[in-house]
Design a protein around this ligand. Structure first.
Ligand code: PFF
Length: 448
C-alpha cells in the first residue's frame, strides 16, 4: 500500500502534536497537585528524559524500519517464528482507542467551556465549582453534544489522511498553541504568585512520594509523550527516508516537557496569585482557572478564550494520533477503505466514550463504578499506568533483544555517534529493570 509521507517539519509537529495534549495542560498540573508537587515532578522528569526519550527512539525506529501499521511493523521486522511480537503493536493500537474514550469526553468539556467563556465566566470559585459539578453530574445532554462534536471533528481530519488531514492540522494548530502557552507564561512571570508556583513544582518533598505517586508519575511520563501505544510508531512509518530519529525524538520530548512545565507553572501562579483554593483532581482547569480569569477582568476573558482554544487544539492534535494507529491497521490488514476504517475506529471510541461520560454522572455513576473508581477513571488508570508502560517495555525489549544489533546500529549510528552504546545499554538494561519495578509495584509485589 502506498503511504503518503510527512515532510520533516510536518512529522515533528505531528509527533509533538500527539505528545502535547490534555496530558500536559489538563492532567499534569492536577496530578502534580494531587501528589504534592516537587518529588512527583522530579520522578516524572527523570522518567521522561531517561526512559521516555530512550524508548521514543526505539518506537520511532520500529515504524521507520517496518513501514507498516503498528502491528505489522513488528511482524515485518521480527525474525521467522517471532511474529507474535505483532501482539505488542496490537495492544498499543487498542490502548489508543481506549484512551480516546475519555479523551474525547474531556475535549467535549473544553469545547463547552469555550462557549461558557463567551457567555460569561463564573465570578467565584464557588460558582465555578457549581458550574463544572453540574455539567459533570447532570449535564448529560451538554456533554453528549460536545463529545459528538469532538468525534465529528476528529473523524473529519482522519478522513483526509496523513498529509492533508493530520499534517495540515498540526502545521496550523501547533504554532498557535505554542504562542498562547508561551504568552500566558510570560504574563505569569510578572505576578508574585510565580515564586510560590515555582516552589510548589520544584521543592522536593520526598515524604509525599508513595508507591502510588511513583506509578502515576511513570505512567504519566509515558502518556505525555505518547509512548508505548504505536502512535509515534504509526507516524514514523510515514517518515521520509533518511530521517534523523534522534533529533526528532529529542525535539518531541523537549517540546512536550517544556509545555507541561510552562502550563503547570502558569496555572499554579494564577492559583496562588488569586488565592483560590487549588481544586484537586480533573476539575482544576475547569474550576479554579475560570474564576481566576474572571478576577482578571476584560483581559481575563480574552485569556480564558485563548486558553480553552489552546487546550482544544492540544487535545485534537493528540486525539487524531490516538485513533490513526487503528485506522492504519484496518487499512493495512483488511484492505478497508479509509472511510470505513475511520467510521469503525472513531465509532468505537464514540460509543464507549458515552459510557465513560455517563460514569461521571449522578444518575449512572453508581452502576458504573467499581473498586473505588468509576469507569472513566479506570480506563485512564489501566491505559496510562499499565498498558502504556507495558507497551513501552515490549518495544524496548524488541529493539534491544529481538532486532539484530547491526540493523539498529545501521539506522542510528550516523545521528548518534558514540552515544549509540549508551543508548543501547540503557534500552537493554535500565529500561526493562525500571519498568519491571513499576509493574511489580502495580501488582503489589514490591512496595516502597
Ligand atoms: N500525549 C497525549 C497527552 O499528553 O495528552 C496523550 C496521548 C496521545 C497518549 C497519543 C498516547 C498517545 F499515543
Amino acid at each position: 500500500m502506498k503511504i503518503a509521507r510527512f515532510s520533516r517539519i510536518g512529522f515533528i509537529l505531528a509527533a509533538a502534536g500527539s505528545a502535547v495534549g490534555l496530558g500536559n495542560i489538563w492532567k499534569f498540573p492536577y496530578i502534580a497537585g494531587e501528589y504534592g508537587g516537587g518529588a512527583f515532578v522530579f520522578v516524572y522528569l527523570i522518567t521522561v528524559l531517561m526512559i521516555g526519550f530512550t524508548i521514543m527512539i526505539a518506537e520511532m525506529l520500529i515504524g521507520y524500519l517496518g513501514r507498516k501499521d503498528a502491528a505489522a511493523s513488528f511482524a515485518a521486522l521480527a525474525p521467522q517464528g517471532k511474529r507474535a511480537w505483532s501482539w505488542a503493536g496490537m495492544m498499543g493500537i487498542w490502548a489508543g482507542l481506549w484512551i480516546m474514550t475519555f479523551y474525547s469526553v474531556v475535549i467535549g468539556w473544553i469545547l463547552h467551556y469555550i462557549g461558557v467563556t463567551l457567555s460569561g465566566l463564573p465570578a467565584t470559585v464557588g460558582e465555578a465549582e457549581a458550574l463544572f459539578g453540574t455539567m459533570l453530574s447532570e449535564g448529560i445532554g451538554t456533554q453528549l453534544f460536545y463529545h459528538t462534536l469532538a468525534f465529528v471533528v476528529i473523524a473529519a481530519v482522519l478522513l483526509r489522511g496523513i498529509k492533508a488531514g493530520i499534517e495540515r492540522l498540526n502545521l496550523v494548530l501547533m504554532p498557535i498553541l505554542f504562542a498562547i502557552v508561551g504568552g500566558m507564561f510570560l504574563y505569569a512571570l510578572t505576578l508574585e504568585g510565580f515564586g510560590q508556583a515555582w516552589a510548589f513544582m520544584f521543592a522536593p518533598n520526598w515524604h509525599k512520594l508513595g508507591s502510588e505517586a511513583f506509578v502515576v508519575a511513570v505512567g504519566h511520563a509515558f502518556f505525555t509523550i505518547s509512548l508505548g501505544m504505536g502512535a509515534i510508531l504509526t507516524y514514523a512509518a510515514s517518515l521520509p527516508k533518511k530521517s534523523n530519529l534522534v533529533e526528532s525524538s529529542l525535539s518531541v520530548v523537549a517540546l512536550d516537557t517544556l509545555i507541561a512545565l510552562l502550563a503547570g507553572l502558569t496555572l499554579f501562579t494564577f492559583l496562588y496569585e488569586y488565592g483560590s483554593a487549588p481544586a484537586k483532581g480533573p476539575g482544576l482547569v475547569f474550576i479554579s482557572l475560570p474564576a481566576v480569569f474572571f478576577e482578571m477582568g476584560g483581559i481575563g476573558t480574552l485569556f480564558a478564550l485563548l486558553f480553552f482554544i489552546a487546550l482544544a487544539f492540544a487535545g485534537l492534535t493528540s486525539a487524531v494520533s490516538l485513533v490513526e494507529p487503528m485506522v492504519q491497521y484496518l487499512i493495512d490488514r483488511y484492505d478497508y477503505s479509509r472511510l470505513r476504517s475511520v467510521v469503525l475506529a472513531a465509532g468505537f471510541f464514540y460509543l464507549v466514550g458515552i459510557v465513560a461520560l455517563l460514569s461521571n454522572t449522578e444518575a449512572f455513576g453508581g452502576i458504573l463504578s467499581f473498586g473505588g473508581k468509576n469507569f472513566f477513571d479506570w480506563v485512564d488508570f489501566i491505559t496510562s499506568s499499565i498498558m502504556l508502560p507495558l507497551g513501552g517495555l515490549l518495544m524496548a525489549l524488541f529493539v534491544g533483544y529481538v532486532l539484530p544489533k547491526s540493523e539498529v546500529y545501521a539506522a542510528l549510528h550516523e545521528s548518534m555517534g558514540r552515544g549509540f552504546a549508551l543508548w543501547y545499554g540503557v534500552l537493554r538494561y535500565v529500561v526493562p529493570v525500571a519498568l519491571l519495578i513499576v509493574m511489580l509495584n502495580l501488582l503489589g509485589i514490591v512496595r516502597f
